[in-house]
Design a binder for this molecule. Structure first.
Ligand code: KIV
Length: 244
């Protein structure tokens, strides 16, 4: 499950989640950016630090933001090192396969555990022309499988598979020895992840098909605030029991 600060990290940790992701979905869920591209390393460190303060038992993974790891492997090592040393994360996640192989190697050589992320990778929306299911056609599916095998070979400790057909999710999971964590990759991955704000119904607007809304907190929060406004205006709040 994703988390973005101490409060959400504590909530999911206490609920029993195994792995918490300080995800760069922070950009659109909480910081008001249109997608994950603009979020900076400083913003990721700030929120990872807060999340680390809320975690007692889960593994905390932090996302490397766009362009902090693609250009050079030494840049990747410095960015990841900061998420670990300053942010308090136990591991980092980066998107992509072959194209980021040098950065994956550099991090693992620096003793930084790396989680991979393949399929629909939100940091590549401009290259891919939007948020589309990946790996529907055989050449695309083969490329994702090849990247998955390469990441395992390089030493990533697990792999997020996002927005791919369920049979491909099953096939990659069966082929790899490392665990796969699915988000829109079907039921046969070893684990599942959802964006907290999507599954709690905090996010505005339509959510992808792979999201199940376990609550409608957006509606509940708006109704609560509207009720508060009404009660203050009509002098029903504060009542006697709220006064000293
Ligand atoms: O940032 C994020 O929330 C993620 C998940 C969608 C896996 O990367």
């Amino acid at each position: 499950m994703t988390c973005y600060d101490a409060a959400t990290a504590r909530l999911i940790d206490e609920a029993g989640i195994d792995m918490a992701l300080a995800g760069d979905s922070l950009a659109n869920t909480r910081l008001g950016y249109p997608n994950t591209i603009p979020i900076s390393l400083e913003e990721m460190i700030h929120h990872t630090k807060a999340a680390a303060r809320g975690i007692k038992r889960a593994l905390l993974v932090a996302d490397l933001p766009f362009l902090s790891y693609e250009a050079a492997s030494w840049e990747a090592a410095i960015a990841a090192g900061r998420l670990i040393k300053e942010g308090g994360a136990h591991a980092v996640k980066m998107e992509g396969g072959r194209r980021v192989a040098n950065s994956v190697k550099a991090l693992i050589n620096a003793n930084i555990p790396v989680m991979g992320h393949l399929g629909l990778t939100p940091q590549s929306i401009h290259m891919k022309g939007g948020y589309h299911v990946q790996g529907r056609k055989p050449p695309e599916a083969n490329a994702i499988m090849a990247d998955a095998k390469l990441l395992q070979y390089l030493g990533v400790f697990c792999l997020v598979l996002e927005g791919i057909p369920a049979p491909l999710g099953r096939c990659i999971t069966k082929t790899l020895k490392i665990p796969t964590i699915g988000i829109g990759a079907g039921p046969d991955c070893d684990g599942q992840i959802l964006v907290l704000d999507d599954m709690l119904g905090i996010s505005e607007g339509p959510t992808p098909k792979f999201v199940k809304k376990y609550a409608d907190l957006n509606k509940m929060m708006k109704q609560s605030v509207a009720q508060y406004i009404k009660e203050v205006r009509s002098h029903r709040f504060p009542a006697t029991e709220n006064c000293y």
